[in-house]
Design a protein around this ligand. Structure first.
Ligand code: ATP
Length: 322
């Protein structure tokens, strides 16, 4: 991140953001402050309101409640000005399959009425590593390259804010890492990035994280503080037959989560005395080696996402109340 949190005017500062579809409040009194150059991750179950929030922040959707500014413009009254400076990569990015990579970028450049289009397209091909394939038809590209082209397309007008809605869904891990190298480069250059994701390896790349469920922001802050906010106590254990131990632990008091990291298990829970009592009992058996572990973002992510169920799904047995 190029600017320390709190330095300068935030790129997004919005309070009380609310959206109602029919009878359902799908975004409920949402506050957010995003510093310039930050990578801000939105986590949460399907249907929790992440996309709707992103769309309201960039002026694509009018909120039913709330106010604030994005890029110094009023999100209600100056939506057009915001849109000019935002790059938005939707979940289903659309490219013209019968046009080449270069032609796709040129087309988007025309839409934005970029004056030095030729130079800008050349630069973009170079920046995103697409120059060697400039003549290839978009329809013949693999998922990872299509995604790279989609990113190039939403950067063609040099936006100050990049909104990425599950940008790497269905893309292989190598392409995902390359994509994130690019995002880091942009962030270092001062571009602010808001990204919704279901992947842990993306969440750990974020400077800030907001966890959203049923339209409400439940947890929010610098990534390093998220584990503390989740309140997980974690033990690390290694030794023989971890699969059997893992199965057993799932039924022990105070154990809410068992995650395997290579040849060790991380055993976590939010009720410290209960978890500790279980661990002391198992320790006394002397079969495994136990040590305390500072819960990291990985454990917090697994915990949050494991508790996440589709929000607002009509067929939920227990209804859609939070
Ligand atoms: N235009 C709309 N009209 C009515 N309901 C909508 C509309 N757009 C979204 N919704 C509903 O609002 C809720 C929140 O949807 P949203 O797409 O914002 O969630 P999300 O967190 O982005 O989900 P996902 O992770 O699946 O993309 C869902 O129940 C969705 O069906």
């Amino acid at each position: 991140m190029s600017t320390a949190p709190g330095n300068g005017v935030p790129v997004i500062e919005v309070k009380g953001l609310t959206k109602i579809f029919g009878e359902r409040k799908v975004v409920d009194d949402f506050d957010i402050t995003v510093p310039r150059g930050a990578i801000y991750g939105f986590l949460g179950p399907n249907g929790s309101g992440k996309t709707t929030t992103i769309r309201m922040l960039c002026g694509l959707l009018t909120p039913d409640g709330g106010e604030g500014e994005c890029l110094g413009f009023d999100i209600r009254k100056q939506a057009e000005r915001i849109k000019e400076q935002v790059g938005y990569m939707t979940q289903k990015f659309s490219l013209y399959e019968d046009l080449s990579i270069r032609e796709n970028l040129d087309f988007v450049g025309r839409m934005y009425q970029i004056t030095d289009r030729r130079r800008r397209v050349d630069q973009s091909l170079k920046d995103l590593g697409l120059a060697d394939r400039a003549g290839q038809l978009a329809g013949t590209l693999s998922g990872g390259w299509k995604q790279r082209l989609a990113l190039a397309a939403c950067l063609i007008h040099d936006p100050k804010l990049l909104l990425l809605d599950e940008p790497t869904a269905g893309v292989d891990p190598k392409a995902r890492r390359d994509f994130w190298d690019e995002i880091r480069r942009l962030s270092a250059a001062g571009v602010t990035v808001l990204v919704s994701t279901h992947y842990m390896d993306e969440a750990v790349q974020c400077d800030f994280i907001a966890y959203i469920a049923y339209g409400k922001k439940l947890i929010d802050g610098p990534s390093a503080r998220i584990p503390e906010q989740v309140g997980l106590e974690t033990w690390r254990v290694d030794g023989p037959d971890l699969a059997a131990l893992e199965e057993r632990l799932k039924h022990e008091p105070g154990v809410e989560q068992v995650a395997r990291f290579g040849a060790v298990l991380h055993v976590s829970g939010t009720d410290k005395p209960k978890l500790d009592a279980t661990v002391e009992r198992l320790k006394a058996e002397g079969t495994h080696h136990w040590s305390r572990q500072v819960a990291g973002l990985e454990e917090a992510f697994i915990y949050l996402m494991a508790g996440a169920r589709d929000n607002f799904a009509r067929d939920q047995p227990d209804g859609a109340s939070a």
